[in-house]
Each structure stands twice: as C-alpha cells, then as structure tokens.
Ligand binder design. Structure first.
Ligand SMILES: Nc1ncnc2c1ncn2[C@@H]1O[C@H](COP(=O)(O)OP(=O)(O)OP(=O)(O)O)[C@@H](O)[C@H]1O
Ligand SMILES: [Mg+2]
Length: 402
C-alpha cells in the first residue's frame, strides 16, 4: 500500500500547484510518485504542463513521476450504473413503486465516492511509494471523506444484514427470476460494502494516509482552515501539515509606492498567520512573479516548501484523539474523557450519549465516538470545552458497576 497524501483547501489557494510540486519533489528524491486529481475541474495537467488521461502516465523522462486525472463520470457508468439497474428491477419486482425505486437508487455523492475508491485501488495495487491526491476544494473534500461512512449506513438500510429474509420475502411475492436477480444484486452490493470498508480503514489509518491543508494568508481563509481542522479531527483523519501559499515578498528597506504596498500586504499576511496559533508549524511558499507551471518551476516551489528535506514525512503524529483519566475507587470514582479537537470560541458544540457512543455535533457535523468499555458502565455528569477540545466527566452507573 502506498502512502497517501491528500491536498485540500479553499478554492484557488494553490492545492493543484502544491500537490503537483510535492509529487515532483518526491520523484526527484528517488521515490516513485503518482499525483492524481479527483477534482472534476481538472487543472492538474495545466500545472504540470502535460496532457493527462484517466490512466497514470509518465510526466517526464525522469522515470519517477506519474500523473492522471480520475474521471468519476466514467466510473459511475461502469460500476454503479449496472448495479443501479439491477436494484431497480429487483425493487420493481418486489412491488416497490417505480418512482420510489428511482429515489432509492439515486445516490448523491456516488461519483466522488468512486473517485476515492479509485485512489485506493491505485494506492493498493500500483508500484508507487506515494500517491499524492489533488482533492479539490475543502467543502467537497470533507463531504468526500465522510462519504464512506454515510454510504455504508445507506447500504445498511437499502440492503439489510438479514438479506436472507428479504430473499424469502421476494420469493413469496415475485417468483424465482427476481430472486436470482436479488442474489446477483446482493453480491454486487456486498462487494461495494467491502470496498467501502477498505476505504474507511485507509482514511482512518494515520500511518498511511494524511491530509495537507493549503491556505492563503487571508482572514476568511484562515477562519475556514480552523473549521476544516476541526471537521477532519472529528472524522479521525490526520492533518500532517498546514501550508500557507502566496506570501508576498518583504520589500526590505526599499522605498516608494510599490514597496509600501508590499510592506502593508505582508504585514497583514503575517498578522493572519500569527492568529493561526495552536495548529502547529505552518510552512510557507512565496507568491511568485510567474505562475509555477511545468516540473522545473514546480520543483522550485517544492524547494521553498520543504527545503532540503524529504517531502514525505509530515509533522509528528499528534496526540491521540481520545484519552481517559480517572481518580477514586468503586462507585466514588470519577473519570474524564478528553477528546482532542481544535475548537474556537464560537464553535457550536452539542454532546449526547447514544447507548455505547457519544454523539458529538460540532458546527452541524455529527460524529459518533465509541466509548472505551470502562466508560460504557458510567453516567455522564458534565462536560467542558476549551480551544484544545472537550472534556467529558463520568461517574460509575451503580446499576452496571460491580
Ligand atoms: N506560489 C504561487 N505563486 C504564483 N502563482 C501561484 C502560486 N500558487 C499557485 N499559483 C497560481 O494560482 C492559480 C491557482 O492555483 P491552483 O490551481 O494551484 O489552485 P487550486 O487551489 O488548485 O484552485 P482550484 O480550487 O480552482 O482547484 C494558478 O494559476 C497557479 O499557477
Ligand atoms: Mg485545483
């Protein structure tokens, strides 16, 4: 399995440029690298200065750099189109109204999901040491990364675990032809579910998959960066670097209108970066006079971004998301669960206990956190939040405690 580096950030900040520069630099460091774009507005080829297809091709004669742009629409026709047809027939056979069947089998996000599945296929079967992904804008990427989970839930509803019962029901109402079709559909759906599972484990495996977040030093972008960091942490996806792109050069002691403009602009940019505290080191790239297009120009960008270092390792793995501590004994014991999340003062947070999980809703995004077994036998007695996360207090539930 290749290492997977996902690049995302707000529209236009330089995701495509920096993912291409990173891949070019990895290849220059002797690592076989593939850069793929899952952004439907493909501009990866423009950044590299070559024409790209859906299959990985060599970018230059160096032999180590490959690139491609995934065509999600083609994948949908190939994979989901057929399955969707099957499902509709089966549902119709089972007496489900045609319109309802249509609704059940239209799946928002399936294109992006298949693009991500394709990334996983390339990463798990290709010869590349690193697969760099130009994911496109943040909002879409966040949706994309939460899809495997959402989709698994959908499959569970559409295709219950008790599929034998469904088969029996179908046999009763629709005859053997439909049952055979159901079997074929059920198999196809299981394979899809397996792929989703693999995708979820790839995303959650912080050793092999991480995100590099790109921003430009502007207030609106910085605000979005914080929200993105929270949303990714909530999904258990590791961010290994934050990169500030397009820092204007400092004019030094030069005088004149142009120098004043640059000085003011740079001071503003520095102020925005200074406000982004608590998110670890931010790497920076200058705003260059010419657009970095083609491998040599991209390598110059990478040299500034990574210095002489190997671009592969990101920052150190941050502390684990969950940490339990406790004091006291027996029924008098008190436990606290710390959930590490970068939060800001205006974060809207809601916490609820749902059986053995804590449902955490941050700015409208919900995440179930499985409680460690000790805490499942406890009652929540309070919660506090600060900029580093949430602390939930528990005490033993007398009816479950022995
Ligand atoms: N450091 C830089 N200096 C000068 N130009 C840059 C720099 N970084 C990016 N650019 C240019 O800015 C434009 C936008 O960059 P890029 O396409 O990489 O952004 P993006 O985040 O991928 O955009 P989109 O959200 O549209 O996909 C491109 O023309 C690119 O060449
Ligand atoms: Mg782009």
């Amino acid at each position: 399995m290749s290492r997977v580096l996902l690049f995302t950030g707000k529209g236009g900040v330089g995701k495509t440029t920096l993912s291409a520069a990173t891949a070019a630099s990895l290849a220059a460091h002797g690592r076989k690298a593939l850069v793929v774009s899952t952004d439907p507005a493909h501009s990866l080829g423009d950044a590299l200065g070559v024409r790209l297809g859906a299959e990985p091709s060599e970018v230059d004669e160096s032999g180590g750099l490959f690139a491609c742009q995934i065509d999600p629409r083609g994948l949908v026709d190939e994979a989901w189109g057929e399955l969707r047809g099957h499902l509709r027939t089966v549902l119709a056979g089972a007496g489900v109204d045609e319109l309802d069947a249509e609704e059940l089998t239209v799946l928002p996000g399936v294109e992006e999901l298949l693009a991500l599945a394709e990334v996983r296929r390339l990463a798990s079967s290709g010869p590349w040491e690193v697969v760099v992904v130009d994911c496109g804008p943040t909002a879409e990427t966040l949706r994309l990364l939460s899809l495997p989970e959402a989709f698994a839930g959908y499959l569970e509803r559409l295709f219950p675990t008790h599929r034998r019962v469904v088969r029996g029901l179908l046999a009763g109402v629709a005859g053997t032809g439909t049952v055979e079709k159901w079997d074929a559909t059920a198999d196809a759906l299981s394979r899809l579910a397996e792929r989703l599972d693999a995708l979820r484990s790839m995303l959650a495996d912080s050793e092999s998959c991480s995100v590099r977040l790109v921003l430009t030093p502007e207030r609106v972008v910085a605000a979005e960066t914080r929200r993105t960091l929270t949303a990714l942490a909530l999904q258990g996806i590791r961010v290994d670097s934050v990169i500030a792109n397009r820092l204007v050069p400092s004019p030094g002691a030069a005088r004149g209108a142009a120098a004043t403009w640059l000085r003011t602009r740079r001071q503003e940019q520095d102020a925005v970066l200074a406000e982004l505290t608590g998110i670890g080191e931010i790497r920076t790239v200058d705003h260059r006079a010419a657009e970095p297009v083609g491998v040599p120009a991209l390598l110059e960008v990478a040299a500034q971004l990574y210095g002489d270092e190997d671009p592969l390792p990101g920052a150190a793995v941050p502390e684990s998301l969950l940490e339990v501590s406790g004091s006291g004994r027996g029924l008098d014991a008190r436990y606290s669960l710390r959930i590490a999340l970068p939060l800001s003062d205006d974060t809207d947070l809601d916490l609820a206990r749902v059986d053995d999980d804590l449902a955490l809703t941050v700015d409208g995004r919900r995440r179930l956190v499985a409680l460690p077994s000790l805490l499942r036998r406890c009652i929540v007695i309070g919660a506090e939040m600060d900029s580093g996360g949430v602390m939930v207090e528990f005490r033993p539930d007398p009816s479950l405690w022995r």
